[in-house]
Design a protein around this ligand. Structure first.
Ligand code: SAM
Length: 293
């Protein structure tokens, strides 16, 4: 009988194979201490494939025939927790820069692009869209759009449908909920569906941050929050220069509350408040943000 990791039902070899695969495919680090969570997240994949144990599963998912399953596996392993207006200070910064940074660009005929990288179920992108829609009348007439991407095809599908059970809407102030969502019912549950204006501002796409990025247009603002926390330092350090290259010289990069750029100089960024970064090229001549930012 092969050695199992604890009483997980996963052998050390299978765990290692799955962990290496997850790291290679998505940058996710599977810690052995989280084995019971990993096992419970993958158990339904074994059931779906009618497989008896994790040895069979790891052999299959690592094989040439396992390409489809690799996507299911990454989807099962990702943590998709999100909520509307999470870490609100970034939305305050966005709002404060609409008039003096984004609108002048739009009036000059420049496109404005905002990227929600690791968008999960879409709450971040919709919070950005609501912030813009509140501040800019007829926002759809202007060339300002949000790209929202995630490695997990299931969350991209959910986000595209833009329909949220009531329990997920608690972060949305009542006035915004009234203005930007319509109430509906799905399978006997009350849902709130984002209106067309918000939906048309956002393009949801599947994208693995570790692969090449197809976007040609540089971004004005990148939200990549609570994503790199699942990556090791090497993977994070490879991402920063890529974000830098993807940002306009006066852009912003927002990270999650427990994330930071370890070496800002090398990455070409300077800090501009908690979990807020700007390229070192960004001018400092704009109005300073208030203290709480
Ligand atoms: C905890 S959620 C964060 C959602 C949102 N940004 C927020 O802060 O509320 C992390 C998301 O990152 C995605 N993710 C993990 N690894 C990724 C990768 N390599 N490429 C793209 N997205 C990834 C996961 O699928 C998940 O939806």
């Amino acid at each position: 009988m092969k050695d199992q990791v604890g009483d997980s039902g996963i052998t050390a070899e299978s765990f290692e194979a799955i962990a290496q695969l997850a790291y290679r495919e998505s940058g996710l680090q599977l810690a052995v201490e989280k084995i019971s969570m990993i096992q419970s997240r993958l158990r339904h994949r074994l059931r779906a494939l009618n497989m008896a144990d994790f040895d069979d599963y790891s052999a299959f998912v690592c094989s040439e025939d396992g390409a489809d399953e690799r996507r299911h596996m990454i989807s099962a392993l990702t943590t998709n927790v999100s909520h509307f207006f999470r870490e609100k200070h970034h939305f305050d910064i966005l709002q404060s820069r609409i008039a003096d940074m984004l609108l002048p660009k739009l009036k000059n005929g420049e496109k404005v692009r905002i990227w929600s990288a690791g968008c999960s179920n879409g709450q971040e992108a919709l919070s950005i869209a609501m912030t813009l829609a509140e501040a800019i009348p007829n926002v759809l007439d202007l060339d300002i759009r949000i790209l929202a991407t995630d490695i997990d095809p299931n969350v991209v599908k959910f986000a595209t449908a833009a329909s949220y059970p009531e329990r997920l809407t608690s972060g949305i102030p009542e006035t915004l909920l009234q203005r930007h969502f319509r109430k509906g019912s799905e399978n006997g549950e009350t849902v709130f569906i984002a209106n067309k204006e918000l939906q048309q501002m956002i393009a949801f796409r599947e994208l693995n941050l570790l692969t090449s990025w197809p976007m040609k247009q540089k971004m004005d603002i990148i939200f990549c929050r609570n994503v790199v926390i699942y990556f090791d330092l090497d993977t994070q350090n490879r991402l920063w220069p890529r974000f830098h290259q993807m940002l306009k010289p006066d852009g912003y990069l927002f990270l999650g509350h427990s994330e930071r750029i370890a070496d800002t100089d090398t990455a070409g960024f300077r800090t501009d408040g908690p979990t807020t970064y700007r390229p070192t090229t960004a001018s400092t001549s704009t109005e300073p943000l208030s203290k709480e930012h």
